[in-house]
Design a protein around this ligand. Structure first.
Ligand code: NDP
Length: 329
């Protein structure tokens, strides 16, 4: 079976040379372990941070070792009674065709409830990120005007829709192309703009003439600066991601206006989805209901084959995806 290893660490934007596809022997499962034939794997922005040799909230990938990340597949050999052959499971050993997995670290998913890949997106980590980031970190309240950046991506597209369903007065999204802006309006956003069309702040002010109460930040930099300027008194920010900085080799130039947070008594809350697993059951119940009622729509960009996974990841960072970027193995 094949796996993708980290060939070298990137300097700035990753290139295909930073990855290598290699053959790996498929081990037999020991007690409590299963072998999973992966059918879907996730590529996610946080993986860019793991390519650097720095201590962070997840350990770095190691050179010449396989990468890992979310994956869904079928159990094909089992030494764990609770996970029989044929079960479909979500686990953390992606970037490979076959994975040896501790049964205790895998979750059985129901392919009857939603397509398998949904467990990497709308029903999985990005979905919980959107829900918990909005509700717990940004302390969303009905009547809020909400601005979300990276709005056409996996997390952002759900933030906007969850906010609308939960009683937001107005939801504004920013994204990187006219097609994405059009899609956001179809998804029920009240306003959307392409951040390539000019500076963020004037576009945000036009979209939110009365200011914003919540900013869900996936991007950082100029977007965060514009949001700080547009936030109303007691505004709340979920600091979820800063993708505009992930490939940067220089410190960011913005935000320069942080002192505004004092007078406006803003809350800027750093957020990690791993710290909010307690909201998982509530999130899954609500999301299953919204999906069953057709109230939430989710987009997916699908790439095919493990050998295309590095390019899928590189393209994700460049905005090639609408909704969740996944790789079908
Ligand atoms: P997305 O599906 O949103 O994909 C990433 C998107 O980022 C691209 O499609 C691109 O869209 C946008 N982007 C890339 N470069 C820039 C830039 N310079 N400026 C503005 N936008 C840019 O990914 P996810 O939904 O999985 O993740 C969204 C954010 O949430 C990321 O920052 C990620 O790190 C963060 N995250 C944080 C978690 C946490 O626990 N804190 C958990 C999960 C995700 P476009 O065409 O619009 O530029």
């Amino acid at each position: 079976a094949h796996q993708v290893v980290l060939a070298s660490r990137p300097d700035g934007t990753p290139t295909p040379e930073n990855f290598r596809l290699e053959e790996a022997a498929l081990p037999a499962p020991g007690p409590g372990q299963v072998v999973v034939a992966n059918r879907w794997m996730s590529v996610d922005p946080y993986m860019r941070g793991r390519m650097n040799d720095v201590k962070s909230y997840v350990p770095p990938f190691q050179v010449d070792r396989p990468l890992d990340g979310g994956a869904v597949g079928e159990v094909i050999a089992s030494s764990a009674p609770e996970l029989p052959v044929g079960a479909t499971v979500l686990h953390g050993a992606g970037w490979r065709e076959h994975a040896l997995v501790e049964a205790s670290s895998a979750t059985v998913v129901d392919p009857g409830l939603a397509p398998e890949s949904a467990y990497l997106g709308v029903l999985g980590m990005p979905g919980l990120t959107a829900y918990a980031g909005l509700m717990a970190a940004a302390r969303f309240r009905p009547g809020d005007t909400v601005f979300v950046s990276g709005a056409a991506g996996a997390v952002g597209s759900l933030v906007g829709q969850i906010a609308k369903l939960s009683g937001a007065a107005r939801v504004i999204g920013s994204a990187g192309s006219p097609e994405k802006v059009a899609r956001l309006l179809e998804l029920g956003f009240d306003a959307a703009f392409d951040y390539h069309d000019g500076p963020v702040l004037p576009q945000l002010r036009r979209a939110a003439p009365e200011g914003i109460d919540v900013y869900f930040d996936n991007v950082g930099g100029e977007h965060l600066e514009a949001a700080i300027s547009a936030l109303n008194v007691h505004g709340r920010v979920c600091l979820c991601g800063a993708i505009s900085q992930y490939n940067a080799t220089e410190p960011p130039a913005a935000p320069r206006n942080l002192a505004l947070a004092i007078g406006k008594q803003l809350s800027l809350q750093g957020f990690l989805v791993s710290g909010h697993q307690d909201l998982g059951p509530e999130f899954r119940e609500k999301m299953a209901g919204w999906l069953a009622a057709g109230e939430i729509r989710w987009d997916e960009t699908v790439r095919e084959g493990l050998d295309d996974a590095p390019q899928a990841f590189i393209d994700l960072l460049a905005g090639a995806n609408t909704g969740k970027m996944v790789v079908k193995l």
